[in-house]
Design a protein around this ligand. Structure first.
Ligand code: M6R
Length: 364
């Protein structure tokens, strides 16, 4: 089953162009038709004013990305919370809220509990984005969108995450259409989604370069991931992948927070990964790093090749494909997946079955 690949994780990373295209093609006509989100989707979507997302782990990160899309493109207020907190918290519920759960397995105990508690509140409907048909979340939600990732065997979620993002961007169009998102903007997002598999292919071609970068992480015990805006949740996802499979302690911060504490940690044992920084941010990061340069801090920058950044002492740049902003979170994720994969392989960990973790967390 593994074919030419050493691990399921790598196979699943490389399966992404197919999985993303298949997920996108699940909807025939996003500009007009909501039926791919389940029977009765149109009637529920017409009443949605807010979206409340509950999910765990990597699926929670997908929800965090979606918040940027829903608020910025669709003009819909969105809140995102880890399901284990959401289920126990006394909350104030806005009117017209759609409860959206996101789960690869469809069986995660906390996410399922969040859905099952929904009855206590007035939601306009419940929806799940899941990868496993006939799972509990699928059976118990009003609306269902199934990602077409195919079976994901590696414990580290890869193609499930990126296909969730495609689903969430398509949902943004469906809801945005009702909130004044222009047909041109909708079409622009659709065009970007159509080209997404090619950009992911291009990113996969950088594998050898990423492997080279990864070597610097092998002797490290800590790493810091920085992102800004919609790339902040991608930095979180990058850091989760690294800690999950390589057992290196990693933390993610919004880039603006660096000076408010974590900068004190930067020394030669703390590589800093910057995800898609623009010009201005990179300059700021470099000057921050300058302050700790004498202590050996090293910056790894994943940036659009059109931005023209080049490596210099203590700053290593990976030139990423030049792609539309809206799909950058998906494309950059792939590079970070490969980074953790190579670190883990070189450290000799059990990549597909990291210690202490289960693929599906069906107990609290
Ligand atoms: O099946 P789910 O998407 O509900 O699982 C949620 C998390 O347990 C899962 O994403 C976990 O964080 C991954 N192993 C991370 O790679």
């Amino acid at each position: 089953e593994l074919g030419a690949y050493d691990h399921y994780m790598l196979k699943e990373i490389y399966d992404q162009p197919r999985a993303l295209a298949a997920t996108f093609h699940a909807c025939d006509n996003l500009l007009r038709d909501d039926s791919c989100f389940g029977d009765g989707a149109a009637a529920i979507f017409d009443r949605v004013n807010n979206v409340q997302i509950a999910a765990c782990g990597t699926s929670y990160h997908a929800g965090m990305v979606a918040r940027y899309w829903l608020e910025e493109l669709a003009g819909i207020a969105c809140e995102v919370e880890v399901a284990s907190e959401f289920r126990y918290r006394k909350r104030v519920q806005h009117e017209g809220t759609l409860l959206l759960t996101i789960s690869q397995s469809g069986e995660t105990a906390d996410t399922l509990a969040a859905l099952r508690n929904a009855g206590e509140h007035e939601f306009v409907g419940t929806m799940v984005i899941a990868n496993v048909d006939n799972s509990s979340l699928v059976r118990e939600s009003d609306l269902v969108f199934l990602t077409r990732a195919g079976a994901e065997i590696g414990v580290a979620s890869t193609k499930a995450f990126t296909t969730q993002l495609v689903a969430l961007l398509m949902l943004t169009i469906a809801l945005g259409r009702r909130r004044g998102m222009s047909p041109e903007k909708q079409q622009e997002v659709i065009n970007a989604l159509q080209r997404l598999p090619d950009f992911v292919e291009e990113t996969l071609e950088l594998d050898t370069n990423i492997q080279q970068l990864s070597e610097a992480f092998i002797p490290k015990h800590h790493a810091l991931f920085l992102g800004r805006g919609i790339q902040y949740p991608i930095a979180m996802e990058g850091s989760l992948k690294l800690k999950e499979i390589s057992y290196i302690h990693a933390e993610a911060y919004p880039a603006g927070e660096l000076k408010h504490g974590p900068l004190a940690l930067v020394d030669d044992d703390m590589p800093v990964v910057a995800v898609a920084p623009g010009d201005e941010l990179l300059e700021k990061l470099k000057s921050n790093l300058e302050e700790v340069r004498s202590r050996g801090g090293e910056l790894f920058v994943f940036a659009d090749r059109a931005a023209g950044f080049s490596s210099e002492p203590r700053v290593k740049v990976l030139n990423m494909p030049h792609c539309p902003e809206v799909i950058k979170p998906i494309v950059y994720t792939v590079a970070l997946q490969l980074l953790s994969y190579h670190v883990a392989v070189q450290k000799g960990t059990d990549v597909d079955k990291p210690r202490n973790l289960a693929k599906s967390v069906t107990v609290e």
